[in-house]
Ligand binder design. Structure first.
Ligand code: G3H
Ligand code: 13P
Ligand code: ZN
Ligand code: NA
Length: 280
């Protein structure tokens, strides 16, 4: 049903839980998230990455918006990782409820001016704005201790960033990575998250954690305790989709149905871990 990303995050803040934002690429993905949300009575965010938008275009966005409107639980539609100004300016016209401005590849000052610019435009359309400070690594990046430290979100910079950009939600880099975590396991700096949480409460912004695929239950709980209200999940859902294709199927409808079931199971499990199940 109609809701807003802001409303979902305000409720999560009040209730001390987090909302899952699940990357979707096609109708099966959308159906899987909506079905899981309805079964688990959970709010959810459907999010579209630029690569998914490139593939699915406006029909994919329209599909998400229609599915969110039709759902019996609150679901919103978010644009993930908007790293190009030109693209974001166009995306703001497509009916998303919220956007992520990703200037994390830019030097600090440029990230501020980029985020400030989009934030102003998005707010004039009543959209919630998420932005990232710090830089997320990929598992393939073999980082030295110095490199690892250099990519973390700095608390003082975060304060300046929030003040100057007027964002609503901050995506933090505390050692979280997109894709798989290394065999040694995730190395999350919950002590840093604690400081960022204090700042977020002072400033009235929500904390977001990207790269939630691969985090064990105790770290997810730790992140929620320290203020994370939105977790981004992609890899585990995609993996479930791909794996569902490897068993023999009778026909196309069977392929689609088993992909939905496989993704739905992962999404439902995350809703329980994030504490959003039963909160719709
Ligand atoms: O109104 C917004 C809250 O202060 C958000 O802060 O999600 O980081 O705890 P939090
Ligand atoms: P994972 O692929 O690690 O779940 O990360 C998802 C993400 O952050 C999308 O923005
Ligand atoms: Zn991400
Ligand atoms: Na991850």
């Amino acid at each position: 049903r109609i809701s807003s990303t802001k409303e979902l995050l305000i409720n999560a803040e009040k209730g001390g839980y987090a909302v899952g934002a699940f990357n979707v690429y096609n109708l099966e993905g959308v159906e899987a998230v909506v079905a899981a949300a309805e079964e688990e009575q959970s709010p959810a965010i459907l999010q579209i990455h630029p690569s998914a938008l490139k593939q699915g275009g406006i029909p994919l966005v329209a599909c998400c918006i229609a599915a969110a409107e039709q759902a019996s639980v609150p679901i919103t539609v978010h644009f993930d990782h908007g790293s190009s100004k030109q693209e974001l300016v166009q995306v703001l016209e497509l009916g998303f409820d919220s956007v992520m401005v990703d200037g994390s590849h830019l030097p600090f000052k440029e990230n501020i001016s980029y985020t400030q610019y989009i934030s102003f435009l998005a707010h004039s359309k009543d959209m919630l704005v998420e932005a990232e400070l710090g830089r997320l690594s990929g598992t393939e990046d073999d980082l030295t201790v110095e490199d690892y430290e250099a990519r973390l979100t700095d608390v003082n910079q975060a304060q300046e960033f929030i003040d100057k950009t007027g964002i609503d939600a901050l995506a933090v880099c505390i050692g979280n990575v997109h894709g798989k975590y290394p065999a040694s396991g995730p190395n999350l700096r919950l002590d840093l998250l604690k400081d960022l949480h204090a700042l977020s409460l002072k400033k009235g912004v929500f904390l977001v954690l990207h790269g939630a695929s691969g985090l064990p239950e105790e770290l997810i709980k730790g992140c929620i305790e320290h203020g994370v209200r939105k977790f981004n999940v992609n890899t585990e859902v995609r993996k479930a989709y791909m794996e569902s294709l490897s068993s023999p199927k009778k026909d196309l409808v069977h392929v689609m149905a088993s992909a939905i079931e496989a993704m739905k199971a992962v999404v439902a499990e995350k809703m329980h871990l994030f504490g959003s199940a039963g909160k719709a």
